[in-house]
Design a protein around this ligand. Structure first.
Ligand code: SF4
Length: 448
């Protein structure tokens, strides 16, 4: 049973010192109960109270790690229904379904596509996370395919069979990689729990007859000692999956209902009648709370929009993506190369640098730290103004790299050129284009 704000308040020091960033202990207790604060933020809470409050402090959706080492991924630990309330935390894992009835060359091709799926976007690598191997033929073939896939990919595995004997045989080959076991149901859960405990693996709990039955089964499994669970409501249609995803998230966050406080696995591969519908459902599941999403295949045309959607939804809206302040070399610039200035908002950096690259004119790009704001926003916030740009240009060392001392500023802040020349009397300020797409033409003119 989740603790209320008042229960928590009784165990806090009640000094209202404000060191947690919240003015009173009561307000802190209310935020903790709502999953909007961390217990560690109060430095004065006693060890005894910490232990008692651990239930309230635990994330309402348990964090589950699948796999080991570099390719391990974590899902869950979400605390809000809507991204704008705070942020989403752990992006859903994308995986491919491999049925063991497929021919070997088809399996190899699917695994190869999963391995190769990788895109760079705003300094992040977007890629697949998991391979699900499903038993559709006999036990010997299942183990054979599991071993084959393990040898062909560094990605963690989901082992899909409801037959405990098959699961046991497959685990003997791949248990050290901490695969996700799919699935414990009402008939096999005691044996599946024993296997999960023996090998330290997370376990899917599957119950298609309704969320009450699913909650009751997850409680039984948890009581037997396996806490790292993933839920599968086994929905009969895409509409039901959508409804279940929302109800599970709401029950976990709003009602603090622990039996449903786990990530959910979804299968758009089984629900979409063609690739387009599968991709569309995958997008819906990213937006509406899936923890792991399994596709029939990971073709780049289908996955790129989903990877970008996932990246966009799972970035913190309060913390823009940034690049480090400093001087960036585009091409091989020398003392005569143009020098451009812009802000450290990641998207701004990548748009400007790719246009400079496309121009084939080597250039120096001075990136100023304005806490990840774009040019106009940073200027309006008083962070990209002559009084701050001047000291940055002096300390970054660009003056030692060029002899022309001409600095190109973004066209959107043309109005600061006069004042900037007063701040930097040794420099001539050149007003660049407003749009980065016009840079290549200007760069060619400046470099001649
Ligand atoms: S830091 Fe602890 S004692 Fe101080 S106001 Fe916050 S909850 Fe209360």
């Amino acid at each position: 049973m989740a603790l209320t704000g008042l229960d928590i308040y009784k165990k806090l020091p009640k000094t209202n010192c404000g060191e947690c960033g919240i003015p009173t202990c009561l307000a802190f207790a209310m935020k903790l109960a709502a999953g909007q604060a961390e217990l560690d933020a109060c430095p004065h809470v006693s060890e005894e109270a910490k232990e008692e409050l651990s239930e309230a402090a635990a994330p309402p959706i348990r964090g589950i790690t699948v796999g080991k080492d570099d390719y391990a991924f974590k899902v869950g630990e979400e605390t809000v229904l809507f991204r704008h309330e705070k942020t989403f935390v752990n992006p859903p894992a994308f995986g491919v379904l491999i049925e063991d009835g497929l021919k070997d060359d088809e399996i190899e091709a699917k695994v190869e596509r999963a391995n190769k799926l990788s895109f760079e976007r705003v300094a992040q690598t977007l890629r697949a996370n998991v391979v699900a191997v499903k038993s559709t033929s006999d036990a010997r073939r299942f183990v054979q395919v599991v071993e084959k896939v393990k040898g062909a990919t560094p990605l963690p595995l989901v082992l899909m069979t409801e037959d405990p004997e098959r699961m046991k045989a497959a685990l003997s080959a791949v248990a050290d990689g901490r695969p996700l076991l799919y699935a414990a149901d009402k008939d096999n859960y005691e044996v599946m729990v024993a296997l999960a405990k023996e090998h330290g693996c997370p376990l899917v709990v599957r119950e298609p007859t309704g969320l009450d039955a699913l909650a009751s089964l997850s409680e039984k499994v948890s009581a037997l000692g396996v806490k790292d669970l993933v839920l599968d409501p086994g929905s009969a249609s895409s509409a039901e999956t959508f409804k279940n995803l929302i109800m599970i998230r709401r029950a976990a966050l709003k009602k603090k209902f622990r039996p449903l406080g786990y990530p959910v696995i979804t299968f758009p591969c089984l629900e979409g009648e063609d690739d387009f519908m599968e991709a569309m459902l995958g997008g819906v599941h990213v937006l509406k709370y899936a923890g792991i999403t399994i596709f029939n295949d990971l073709e780049p045309w289908k996955m790129l929009p989903l990877l970008v959607l996932r990246q966009n939804i799972y970035t913190d809206p309060q913390r823009p993506l940034t690049v480090k302040e400093g001087i960036y070399e585009i091409g091989k610039p020398d003392e005569n190369s143009p020098t451009l200035l812009t802000t450290n908002f990641s998207l701004t950096y990548f748009i400007v640098s790719s246009e400079v690259e496309a121009s084939r004119v080597p250039a120096w790009l001075c990136i100023m730290d304005v806490e990840g704001l774009s040019v106009l926003t940073a200027w309006a916030a008083g962070k990209f103004i002559p009084e701050k740009i001047g000291p940055f240009i002096k300390r970054c060392g660009i003056a030692d790299k060029v002899k022309h001392h001409k600095l190109v500023i973004p066209g959107f802040v043309a109005q600061i050129s006069g004042e900037l020349e007063e701040e930097l009397p040794d420099w001539k300020i050149v007003i660049g284009p407003r749009e980065a797409s016009d840079l290549p033409i200007s760069l060619k003119a400046w470099s001649t």
